[in-house]
Design a protein around this ligand. Structure first.
Ligand code: ATP
Ligand code: MG
Length: 243
């Protein structure tokens, strides 16, 4: 099982979009995949999959009121989605620091766990990162976005996660953008183009890979999934800390 924290320095760079579509892409390649919304104060995964009315959410599992298996919802291509609650009183009850510990309850047959890590440096950011063993960074191709992603990488490394690479999202190939060759100290695993289908999918309440699996962004995400499969991962040795 590989647990990958998907993290960025800045917010709004496309992390949740990538977690959702990458999860579906891995599942359609035959891998048991669980995607988790680690953004407890700004939960978006539920909205992307129309799960906002779910009876059980990650918040219940974090509060000790439900088992992890009870808060997994079946999504497209049999991807398992663990949404965080959208209602305010539910948001208040969750204890984000329990997320790393909760990973012990992930079904053993799982191949991939993707965790949507909230941006910033809050307690919930650190907890969501500590639930992973590897970190996949997401940034837009601008200096500030990449520089903030590199800071996130340092924090992830400090927490014991192995950085596997960076994904550049909303690539438009404009003159002032940073290119793959200008990013030196971390491998660029994918360049996902700016694609209007992404927002169209959001508007229609459908994940991108369900709306149009041949759109440019969808193709890049499927390619990223294939790349992840070829990598080894840091896997089983990593102990889940109790703190
Ligand atoms: N490749 C893309 N092409 C066009 N629009 C995109 C692309 N990726 C993301 N978007 C749009 O950018 C916005 C932000 O995306 P998303 O919510 O996935 O970012 P996020 O990093 O999870 O944000 P937050 O920090 O708020 O959680 C959304 O409106 C999404 O539809
Ligand atoms: Mg998000």
């Amino acid at each position: 099982m590989r647990r990958i924290a998907v993290a960025s320095g800045k917010g709004g760079v496309g992390r949740t979009t990538i977690v959702a579509s990458l999860g579906i892409a891995l599942a359609s390649l035959g891998k048991e995949t669980v995607i988790i919304d680690g953004s407890l104060t700004t939960p978006d995964l539920a909205l992307l999959f129309k799960l906002e009315k779910s009876v059980y959410t990650l918040n219940d599992a974090l509060a000790g009121d439900a088992m992890f298996i009870d808060v997994m919802h079946l999504g497209p291509k049999r991807v398992k989605i663990v949404p965080a609650a959208v209602a305010l009183e539910q948001i208040r009850k969750a204890r984000p620091e329990r997320l790393p510990e909760l990973m012990r309850q992930v079904p053993k047959k799982t191949d991939f766990v993707l965790i949507d890590v909230p941006s910033g440096l809050s307690r919930e950011t650190v907890s969501a990162m500590r639930a992973g063993q590897e970190v996949l960074l997401v940034a837009t191709p601008e200096m500030t976005s990449i520089s903030d992603a590199m800071k996130t990488r340092l924090i992830a490394e400090f927490l014991g996660l192995a950085p596997i690479g960076i994904v550049l999202n909303r690539v438009r190939r404009e003159e002032f953008e940073l290119t793959r060759n200008e990013i030196k100290n971390v491998p660029v695993l994918a360049e996902i183009p700016e694609d209007e289908k992404v927002r169209q999918a959001l508007k229609q309440g459908k994940p991108l890979l369900e709306l149009d699996s041949k759109s440019p962004a969808a193709k890049a995400i499927k390619e990223l999934a294939r790349k992840l499969l070829k990598m080894k991962g840091v896997a089983s040795k990593t102990v889940i800390s109790k703190k």
